[in-house]
Design a protein around this ligand. Sequence first.
Ligand SMILES: Nc1ncnc2c1ncn2[C@@H]1O[C@H](COP(=O)(O)OP(=O)(O)O)[C@@H](O)[C@H]1O
Ligand SMILES: [Mg+2]
Length: 262
Amino acid sequence: MEMNPEIGDVLLQFRDVSKSFVSSNLRKVQALANITFSLNQGEFIVIIGPSGCGKSTVLRLAAGLDKPSSGEVLYHGERIKAPERRRGLVFQSYSVFPWLTVRENIEFGLNDTNLRLKQEKVANWLDFTGLTDFADAYPKTLSGGMRQRVALARTMIVEPELLLLDEPFGALDERTRESMQVLLLKAVSNSGCSVLLVTHDIREALIIADRVFLMSAHPGRILDSFVPPSRKPRTRDHLTTPEFKSLYNEILNRFPVQVLRE
Ligand SMILES: Nc1ncnc2c1ncn2[C@@H]1O[C@H](COP(=O)(O)OP(=O)(O)O)[C@@H](O)[C@H]1O
Ligand SMILES: [Mg+2]
């Protein structure tokens, strides 16, 4: 296999991780079973799988918002105990504070004491995300795509080592989603951060990922991993090539059928 020289040591590691919850009717739900994988520095991993397969649970464990029932989640070889600034998190929604303006949202996590440097960073991110003219607007006045750009800027401005994204473009229309993918790839390549992103969109995964993990549900397991053909950056045009079509079909055929539950 071709090695990417920019990919370095192991950053995040799941070792035989299982996670169970007790549901509201006191039944035990096994969300994850025996999840094992490593994410290397500089790598972009995308997890796909049907709703309820445990994608968000994987991200919550990686963020330090939750603990495994068994197994270990390691970051730089140490057990993750709590959320940290070096691991930035973006959800599908609710990733911006509605009571703060765009500018205030973006500068929120910065604890620079140097005011000029702070203003410069905020101005750069406003510019990068095309939100300069909306700096003083409140999130509720913005479109969904603009809100996710605010979320991206406020997460990236603190220069995280690892970006954790939970269906960040899931609520957006096709066109907006595509431009967000481009923006995300640019932000990630500028910063050199590593990424773990979850989505249920196979095409999205094939365009943005270095490696794709396919999960199944009940309990959530990693069924297989795939390396999309051709080096990044990729565009929608790549999806029309025979290599992409055949990988897309292979993943689609193996994509677990959504099981309807109570
Ligand atoms: N806090 C919780 N309490 C009880 N069950 C949960 C909790 N979080 C997740 N689950 C269950 O774990 C499984 C995986 O959930 P989740 O990680 O949200 O899946 P996904 O993000 O892939 O849709 C589901 O069956 C879900 O109902
Ligand atoms: Mg989820």
